[in-house]
Design a protein around this ligand. Structure first.
Ligand SMILES: [Cu+2]
Length: 174
């Protein structure tokens, strides 16, 4: 019988780990969209502002169903800098995304934040949700670190153009 109770205990611990962080009604939320059209892939908006010292619920909806694979050992396959070091991909909590499935990343080096964004289902969307807290006001550059651009290395075009696959996060005094 002891083992049975042990199993229940582990099940309960597991449920706690995957529970979405509680964000009250006054919580801050923000939404980014990734599109891919004749201009190539881009985030919109590419510049936005968060309040310092608050946990922001960030939702990224990607309409891009193409992969820009990273190697599995690449650090950008891992979720970093978020609550629980997790992101929710279509409602499922994950700590990393397989390199071959990655379409883009939202990488903010100055905050050690990295969100891998998997490719959407063909013709569909994928939704990535994460909670991020930034303590200090400032201006932080963000980049996509997946090779989603043009050229042999995928680092041209949108990858080299501010406002498409790179931009700025302002964190304002609250
Ligand atoms: Cu990208």
């Amino acid at each position: 019988m002891r083992w049975k109770w042990l199993g229940v205990g582990w099940g309960f611990a597991g449920a706690l780990v995957v529970a979405m962080p509680h964000v009250d009604a006054a919580g801050v939320s923000d939404r980014l969209t990734i599109r891919n059209d004749s201009a190539g892939p881009y985030y919109t908006p590419s510049t936005w502002t968060w309040p310092a010292g608050q946990t922001v619920k960030l939702t990224i909806v990607s309409h891009d169903d193409g992969a820009s694979p990273l190697k599995d050992r690449s650090p950008e396959t891992r979720v970093l800098g978020t609550v629980h070091r997790q992101e929710w991909v279509d409602g499922k909590p994950v700590g990393r995304v397989a390199g071959g499935r990655i379409s883009h990343t939202l990488t903010i080096p100055g905050l050690r934040v990295n969100l891998p964004i998997p490719a959407a289902r063909t013709g569909g969307t994928v939704t990535v949700v994460a909670w991020v807290r930034v303590s200090h006001p400032g201006t932080y550059a963000w980049y996509c670190e997946a090779p989603c651009g043009t050229g042999a290395r995928g680092d041209g075009g949108p990858m080299a153009t501010p406002g498409l696959m790179q931009g700025v996060l302002h964190v304002a005094e609250n």
